[in-house]
Design a binder for this molecule. Structure first.
Ligand code: HEC
Ligand code: HEC
Ligand code: HEC
Length: 131
């Protein structure tokens, strides 16, 4: 009897922990890596890995999500290489001044073949080549 009660408490406890964990998931995109692959692979380049956390600790959200017009939904931004070279989106910083320039193709196009656009990882952001 005592052990069944103990088991019951354990089960309730686990359910609470699971509930807290699920309630926490919408924010995980702030930390994880984002894959951008609307065009890259169709055009013969590996998918792009964007380490969100790495950038988020260096810049305010509004730099990218207001000033640079990145919409806050994975896969929703139509980013072309010509925009980046013209200094828009990633190219506002990856210009050889604020950060290394667009010539470093492989640092951005580091995803494994076949990765769809989306969020990868949870409280981990592992950057180029991980996914
Ligand atoms: C700072 C990051 C970054 C660097 C460096 C970079 N790219 Fe891209 N590239 C992107 C992003 C982001 C996209 C859009 C990905 C998507 O949604 O498919 C993209 C898309 C592309 C595309 C898809 C078609 C098009 O015209 O947009 C090609 C091809 C491409 N890049 C080639 C290159 C080459 C070649 C280099 C090196 C000379 C390079 N990229 C360097 C971020 C980068
Ligand atoms: C250096 C630029 C940059 C900064 C700074 C930045 N983000 Fe993002 N964020 C992005 C990019 C790029 C994407 C992916 C867009 C895509 O896939 O089309 C993204 C995606 C997102 C998403 C969508 C996730 C999903 O599940 O679809 C959310 C939410 C988000 N960012 C929130 C934030 C918040 C909150 C901050 C500040 C704490 C922040 N971002 C800072 C560039 C940035
Ligand atoms: C607001 C400025 C800013 C924007 C916009 C930005 N980056 Fe960066 N990014 C940086 C800085 C600064 C670094 C660090 C450069 C260094 O270490 O010299 C960096 C580093 C990186 C790294 C290397 C991370 C590591 O682990 O070393 C990758 C990959 C990267 N950026 C991809 C992108 C892609 C893809 C985009 C567009 C979707 C983008 N960045 C947009 C500023 C930016």
């Amino acid at each position: 009897m005592i052990s069944r009660l103990a088991f019951h408490h354990l089960a309730v406890g686990l359910a609470l922990v699971a509930g807290l964990f699920l309630a926490g998931t919408p924010a995980r995109a702030e930390y994880a890596d984002v894959v951008l692959n609307r065009y890259a692979e169709k055009e013969g380049m590996r998918p792009v890995i964007f380490p969100h956390w790495f950038h988020r600790i260096r810049f305010r959200c509004k730099v990218c999500h207001a000033e640079l017009s990145f919409k806050m939904r994975a896969g929703s931004n139509a980013v072309k290489m010509s925009d980046i070279i013209d200094g828009r989106f990633c190219g506002a910083c990856h210009n050889g001044e604020i950060a290394w320039s667009v010539e470093n193709c492989d640092l951005c196009h580091s995803g494994k073949a076949g990765l769809p656009p989306g969020i990868f990882g949870g409280h981990e952001t592992l950057g180029p080549g991980r996914w």
